[in-house]
Each structure stands twice: as C-alpha cells, then as structure tokens.
Design a protein around this ligand. Structure first.
Ligand code: MOS
Length: 739
C-alpha cells in the first residue's frame, strides 16, 4: 500500500483498541523472567560453547604478532580466532570502525581475538594468556584541541536529523550585527554511552553454509545485510532472531563484534558459540554519542522577535565517521529571517561515534534551549513567552512547506498552566528552603518524524485467531502491544485473539526500531496487511468487501453477518503487504513537539542537584497506547536528566579510551531519582503521517529535557553552567554563602 494522500476516516478511527492505555501483552513474560533474551537461549541449539573477546590495549597503531599458544593449550579451550587470521571484514554502510580482521588498530578495545572454551570462565582465563605485540602510534583524542582546525562537514544521523556543512538563509552576519539584543555563547556536551541494561550478545550456529544468529539487535534487516557483507555469504543463508531486546538506544542499530565473532568462532569451533560483550567493551568496542562543542548566536529586536540565529557544532569521529548532527532542529524550531547552521568534524581516534538516543536533537537541544533561556533573560521576557513569540508554522528556510501539525505553542501554554509556572520567581537564587536553593526551568522539545517502508504478514486461523509476523523489534518500547492493538482494531477482535511474532529475519521486513520511527511505520505496515486480509476474508465469505465491517469477532455486510473464524474454517487465510510513502514527508515538514518543565533543588552546601518534579506536554500525532507512550516519555525524561546531571564518558587523553566503562563508573539516573514525573499528550491526529495518524514519541521525550534542568539550576542558583553534565563541582565555587 502506498500512502500518498492525507488519511481520511479508516477502521483505526474506531478507537476500540487503539488509543486505550493497554498493559503490555509481553508483560507476564518479562515479569516472570521467561522472555528469551539472546545470551540465555540455551534451548535453541544444543552444545553451545562460550566465546570471550579480547579487545585491543592500544587505541591506534597495529599488531605485530599474536602468540596464542598458551591460550590454545589452556583447559577447556576449543578454538582461538585472531584478527591476523583474516583481512579486514567489510563494514556495513553506516559504520566507520573496522569490526574485525587485519593488523590495523583504529580504536581502543577494537576486537582482536576471540577464545572459545567449554565454559565462560575457561574462555576468559585463556583469553588472558594471549600475548600481543603492538606497534602503537600517536593518536588524537582531544576534541577541544582538534576543534579549531576541524573542517566544515555535512552529515546525517540516519535517524531523521542531518545538515549540510553550512546552511544559510538571508544574511546572518549583517542581521546579527544590527540586532538590538544579542547572545553569543558556547556550550559543550560530553561523550556518552548507551548503557543499555542488556549487553550486546549473540549465539551463532552453522548448519553447513547456513548461519543462524540469536542476537539482540534493533534493525534485523540491516543486521542481515551487514552479516552477509562482513562474512561474504549470501543473505538468504543468514537468519537473525531477536524477539526480546533489553534496551538498545542506538547501540544495537548495527552489526557489532559479538555477532561477527560468534559466527567466526562457531565456524572455527565446529559447534554453536555464544558471545556477550563485557561492560568495558560496550563502552569502548561499540559506538557512542560523540562530544560536541556548540556555538549559538541569537539576535533579536527589543520586543523579542528573533532576527538572526546561528548554530554551529563541532564533534569528532574516526575517519569516515559522521558528525553529531546537533544543529538540525535549529533550522526548524524558531522563526527568524537570517539563519546559519554549520557542522565541523574533527578526526579523532576514539571509538566510533554514532546514533544514540535521539542523535542530533538530544545534544543540540541541550545547547539551543539554554541559549533561548539566556536570550529571554536578556530581553526581560518570560522564557515561555519568548518561545511563543518566535513560533513558526512553516519551514523557515522554505515558507511553502508547512508543518503537517505543530502545536508547540499549545504545549508551552498547557505546560505552564499545569506546572504552576506563574509561581516561578524570575529572580535567580531567590527561593530558599533550608539548605536547598529551589528553581524552575523550561525548554521546548523537538524531534523529527520519519516515514519508512514497513511490511507485515497476517494470518487468520479457524479459531478466529490472527497472527502477525514482522521483523519489527521490541527494544523495551511496547512494539508487541501496539502491533496487537492495530491488528485487533483492524480485524474487529479483542487483544487475546491476536498473536504477535517479532524480530525474525524470516518475517517481512519492517521499519525496525530507531529514530522514534518504529511505532508509526510498523503499525502502518500491519494496517496495510490487515486491509488485504479484510478483502480476502470478505471475498471468502462472499461479502462485498467495500462495505464489510469487522467487529466483535464478526464480519457484517448489509444484512449478512458471519463469524470471522468462519472465513478460515477450511484453510488459514494469509495476507502480506507493506506501507510505503509518497511525498507527504517532503511537501510537509513532519516533526513532533513538546514542552519540558523541571523543578529542582540544589544543596547550598554540597552543590548536589535533586530534581523534584518534571512535566512533559507532547504533541506527537495519535497516541496509540497512552500507557506505553507514557512509559517511553518518562524513560526519556530520565535520560534527559542523566544527560544534564551525570552522564559523561571520561576520556583518557593519553591512551585514548573511555575510563568509566561500566555501570559503576558511568552514572545514569533511574526513575526513583525523580519523585514526580507527569506526561500530558495533546489531543492530535496527523493525517499526513500514515493511516495510523501517529508519529514518533519516545525520543521527543529526551529532546529539551537537559536544557530545562540547566535552566532550572540557573533559576535556583544564579549560576549558568554551559558545560554538561552539571556536576556539583561545577556549582560549588559559585553557590551563595551558606548560612
Ligand atoms: Mo536510535 S539512537 O536507535 O533511536
């Protein structure tokens, strides 16, 4: 099905199942510990051996020799595969770092060997016996040092944000010079790690030249494509199966070393092998969100109308890597006739930078939305009002392109009212409760909505049960449930009559999970398949499919009624289709909007920040399952709080690695750190987005939160910290005298 014109009324609009706050259908499996995660799939294939990966101990250079004799003769060892055994394996199109093969080292903890043994402990022990002679060379690990020489560089996050090297509208410099009120500040965000709960893990088994990988991956079709390329085998000989994923956040978008080395190790061992990345390898072997240095310049009239806005970001990556696309939202979020965005890329020898939790907008909004707060203060305008004053309903670079839906003003107004924004004391550092300095902050939220092709297969059986099969993944997001809701709504069934099977590369290719595109596209693909199944059912029953209605397990047409199951009495009925898109994503700018409000307190003695309450008001099309969507958004808000206050990979600038490479050293917040989180979804449907009229929601919940926290810290303390994370040591020197 091609979606080319705005949606009109369709069966989803019945909202009998869609739009209801529904518990997860996979909840019982999760809460009883019976959801099968990759490393624990002992049942899928017998005789599994254990692989342990050795990571490079240098960041740059090459390997002279590897002595694995002692490892090979250690107890229980079955095989050792080293990077010198093969040429570099070809990369997938979205990755820069070499996953395995050849003597050259591009980054610290690059995989250089895998040891296979009867037990995990034997594999780990033997791995420690491998002796490697390195030939290190000097590397560049310091973004601040490299930034002044970094050339302009365009790029794409692969998740809906991107920008050319430089993008201009009007005459920025002239307008900025002439502006009555100006801001010119620089903000920094650090390297960050995905820190998902489940590490990357794969069990690999060969049957002849056919390879099966039970793995943990967000994008099954990309994974299959990249395994084929890396190993030089036909894609049809590869199967990936990833039904449950313990968090991905972008770190599992791509093929990683666990899958490749499990496959190579299984071939060498002649039996199935399982491999998980250790925590240090999750940080240093995979990808991460690269640090940014962002300069914002804003010029405005005395009345607060923006006349000039510039956002320039510098980030680092390996050669052939992409920049962090932190300037993208600044092309679209606020009005203003004269505009400049630019990105620069410094070549660094740190592990590869790539997509993490709203790449582009998440760090970009952390800078832009502090700048907006600073500018509002210079103008003497309330920060909510300043944003409203500079709203735009069209793409500022091309006024012929309207937003498909844009309720940013409504998000801000509704949020201000709900949060009690009028009780905020405008004067910083003026609210004191004992040893706590109390403040409130606000920021806008923005993230694009991406339309991508997505397919599904649906099967009706003689018991009236519909089974959905698609290679869509559920990375903890609720895909199982919204897909079941979609099929139930379309076929007129209750949820218990729908079975959903996900994550298997033998199923039709879906949108996958990334860039908050999963929910809208994957359910739209199921919608398309169900439209086809409805036709087949109507035909089978001898009904006119144009006016057949499906509800309560029955099909009705005119005065004729039949049980849905009746249509499949003799044979299962199967339909497969996909959604693909015309130009609605080009003629209209499709984005999602939010307001984020934060109240927090800073300890006047220690500088410790405690968030007291957070509110997000979101406008993101139809909300398919308000319960699952709320879970996504409060999780995202918690990530935003982490980015503001604690998340930071510490770079060892001598040896080029991330020092705090585990969950003890890399701090992330949990929900319990924030006593009160509220989410409001504005009533919205977006007929341009798909037949579901839904859009992405999860990553919207991150974008802007960090700045709302930073702005609240300013309001509480009078200290404007522009370098994230805002740890207590950045506040201590400027806190008011404790008394
Ligand atoms: Mo992407 S960072 O996997 O949503």
């Amino acid at each position: 099905m091609k979606f080319e014109v705005a949606a009109t009324t369709n069966p989803i609009d019945q909202l009998k199942v869609i739009g209801k706050p529904t518990d997860r259908i996979d909840g019982p499996l999760k809460t009883t510990g019976t959801a099968p995660y990759a490393y624990e799939r002992h049942d899928v294939v017998p005789n599994q051996a254990y692989g342990f990966i050795v990571g490079s101990a240098i960041a740059k250079g090459r390997i002279g020799t590897i002595d694995s004799n002692a490892a090979k003769s250690a107890p229980g060892v079955i095989a050792v595969v080293t990077t010198l055994d093969s040429a570099p394996l070809p990369n997938g199109p979205m990755n820069a770092a070499n996953l395995f093969g050849g003597p050259d080292i591009q980054h610290y903890h690059q995989a250089v060997a895998v040891v296979v043994a009867e037990s995990f402990e034997q594999a780990r022990d033997a791995a420690s016996l491998i002796r490697i002679a390195y030939v290190p060379v000097h590397g560049q690990f310091d973004l601040a040092a490299a930034a002044p020489h970094a050339p302009l560089y365009g790029g794409d996050s692969g998740e809906g944000s991107g920008a050319p090297p430089e993008h201009r509208v009007g005459k920025f410099e002239e307008a900025f010079d002439a502006a009555a009120v100006k801001l010119d500040e620089t903000y920094t965000t650090p390297d960050q790690s995905h820190a998902m709960m489940e590490p990357h893990a794969t069990i690999a088994a060969w049957q002849g030249d056919r390879l099966t990988l039970w793995t943990s991956n967000q994008m099954i079709a990309w994974g299959k494509r990249d395994v084929a390329k890396a190993l030089g085998i036909p894609p049809e000989n590869i199967r990936l199966d990833s039904p449950f994923i313990g968090g991905g956040f972008g770190g599992k978008l791509f093929l990683r070393a666990d899958a490749v080395l499990a496959a190579l190790a299984a071939r060498a061992a002649g039996r199935p092998v399982k491999v998980a990345l250790t925590r240090p390898l999750v940080a240093n072997n995979t990808t991460h969100r690269p640090a940014t240095i962002q300069r914002l310049r804003i010029g405005a009239t005395p009345e607060g109308k923006i006349t000039a806005i510039a956002h320039e970001s510098t980030s680092g990556n390996l050669k052939d890597g992409e920049p962090e696309t932190a300037v993208d939202q600044t092309k679209l979020l606020y009005a203003g006739a004269n505009r400049l965005t630019a990105m620069r890329l410094a070549v660094l020898d740190l592990p590869e930078g790539n997509a993490m939790r709203a790449p582009g907008e998440a760090p970009g909004m952390m800078a832009l939305e502090i700048a907006m707060d600073e500018m509002a203060e210079k103008l003497g305008i309330d920060p909510v009002q300043f944003r409203i004053l500079n709203d735009t309903q069209v793409d500022p670079a091309d006024p012929t392109r309207p937003f498909s839906q844009r309720q940013l003003i409504e998000c801000l107004q509704r949020g201000a009212q709900r949060f009690g924004w009028d009780k905020r004391n405008r004067k910083p550092a003026s609210v004191r409760e004992g040893h706590w300095l109390v403040g409130m902050g606000v920021a806008a939220g923005f993230r694009n909505n991406l339309l991508t092709k997505s397919a599904a297969r649906v099967r009706l059986d003689g018991k009236g049960v519909v089974t959905v099969e698609t290679d869509m993944t559920d990375i903890g997001t609720g895909s199982y449930t919204i897909i079941a809701q979609t099929a139930a709504e379309m076929m007129g069934l209750s949820l218990d009559k729908v079975v959903v099977k996900l994550g298997d590369s033998d199923f039709p290719v879906s949108a996958g999970s990334g860039g908050q595109w999963g929910a809208n596209n994957a359910t739209a693909g199921v919608y398309a398949a169900c439209i086809k199944l409805r036709d087949i059912v109507a035909q089978k029953l001898g009904f006119n499919s144009a006016n057949a209605t499906f509800s309560d397990g029955q099909v009705q047409s005119g005065n004729r009624v039949a049980a849905l199951a009746e249509a499949a009495r003799e044979n299962d009925l199967v339909a497969e289709d996909f959604i693909e898109y015309g130009d609605l994503g080009k003629t209209h700018q499709q984005s999602t909007f939010a307001s984020h409000f934060v109240e927090l307190a800073v300890d006047v003695y220690t500088g410790e920040t405690r968030i007291r309450r957070m509110l997000a008001v979101c406008a993101a099309g139809r909300i398919l399952n308000p319960k699952a969507a709320r879970s996504q958004v409060i999780g995202a808000m918690t990530m935003g709080a982490g980015a503001a206050l604690m998340e930071e990979l510490a770079v060892d600038k001598r040896y080029g690695f991330f020092v705090n490479h585990d969950l003890a050293g890399y701090e992330v917040p949990v929900h319990a750190d924030i006593p009160h989180q509220e989410v409001i979804f504005l009533d919205e449907t977006d007929p341009m987005s798909s037949p579901m009229k839904a859009k992405g929601i999860a990553e919207l919940g991150i974008c802007g939160v960090g700045a709302a926290v930073a702005n609240a810290i300013y309001n509480a303390t009078g200290m404007r910290v522009r370098d994230y994370p805002i740890r207590l040591d950045k506040l201590l020197h400027g806190l008011p005298q404790a008394s």
